[in-house]
Write a protein that binds this ligand. Structure first.
Ligand code: THG
Length: 262
């Protein structure tokens, strides 16, 4: 499973402040800690409040790259911010994200092609996020079709069926699991799947328990990658254990240590 660390996001108050203050050390600490905890990619999102999102993205990418060689998931709703982030990446990148609208699909698939990098596709369009699994799979098909037309290999596309907070969309969690299963059947080679896991528990009391439980359910449904709080050790250990139980990693008595040192 590809672990994408979520912590460098201006949505967090301390990170938003560090971006405004150009406090590189605070960002670099978060970068190093997430990589040490097992993150394969670091999500980089300037947050909704950044006044100059393009400059903030480039500053963040450069600051992170002084601390780690990890590849970065460039997370922005704006195409020009993603392009600037990609251009600054030296050690590999992922696009986070396009959605199913042609106005986004065209430029972002072209960037995935140009930078030869994986791309996340959100199953939503102008009408929002479909309520059920088959609606999400339909949007996923449009994303996969755009990849094929642009020459992006379909196994470089990470489809994200978009999990919403359980406290306002309880029926959605099961639909997302079914969407994960359906996405894997859309084409050959099958696309990958990803979730922004922490969305599921926003506003809930038992956040870590809900995140951990839902992650394991999604992994059993075939999830390939997850944007998570990599600093939540119980979450990462549960993920490693699930992979071992799903026979994706070989068992040994010290399988957690073995996985983290890979
Ligand atoms: N899919 C994709 N990308 C994504 C998401 C997704 N990127 C952003 C987000 N969703 C995933 N990352 C986070 C990061 C933080 C939180 C949730 C998801 C979070 N933040 C606290 C909150 O909102 O309560 C912040 C609290 C604080 O300020 O400390 O929960 O779905 N492709």
């Amino acid at each position: 499973v590809v672990i994408i660390g979520e912590r460098i996001n201006g949505m967090f108050r301390a990170v938003g402040q560090a971006i405004r203050d150009h406090d590189a050390e605070a960002i670099q600490k978060l970068a190093r800690a997430q990589v040490a905890a097992g993150a394969n990619y670091l999500d980089v999102n300037v947050g909704p409040a950044a006044a100059e999102p393009l400059e903030a993205m480039v500053w963040l990418v450069n600051a992170i790259q002084e601390a780690t060689d990890a590849p970065l998931a460039i997370d922005s709703p704006k195409v020009e911010v993603i392009e600037a982030g990609l251009a600054a990446c030296k050690n590999g990148a992922m696009i986070n994200s396009t959605d199913a609208r042609s106005a986004k699909l065209q430029p972002l698939m072209a960037l995935a092609q140009k930078y030869d990098c994986p791309i996340i596709g959100l199953t939503m369009d102008d009408r929002g996020i479909p309520g059920d699994a088959s609606g999400r799979a339909e949007m996923a098909m449009q994303i996969v079709a755009a990849a094929m037309e642009t020459g992006v290999p379909t196994d470089r596309v990470y489809l994200d069926p978009l999990i919403l907070p359980i406290n306002c969309a309880q029926e959605g969690a099961g639909e997302v699991l079914e969407a994960i299963r359906q996405c894997k059947l859309l084409c050959d080679p099958p696309p990958k799947t990803v979730l922004g896991l922490s969305n599921v528990s926003q506003g809930s009391k038992y956040r870590e328990l809900i995140n951990r439980t839902y992650l394991i359910m999604a992994l059993a449904a075939g999830l390939d990658a997850a944007i998570v709080d990599a600093l939540d050790t119980e979450l990462v250990n549960s993920m490693i254990t699930a992979e071992m139980l799903l026979n994706k990693n070989i068992y040994c008595d010290d399988y957690i240590k073995a996985y983290l040192s890979m």
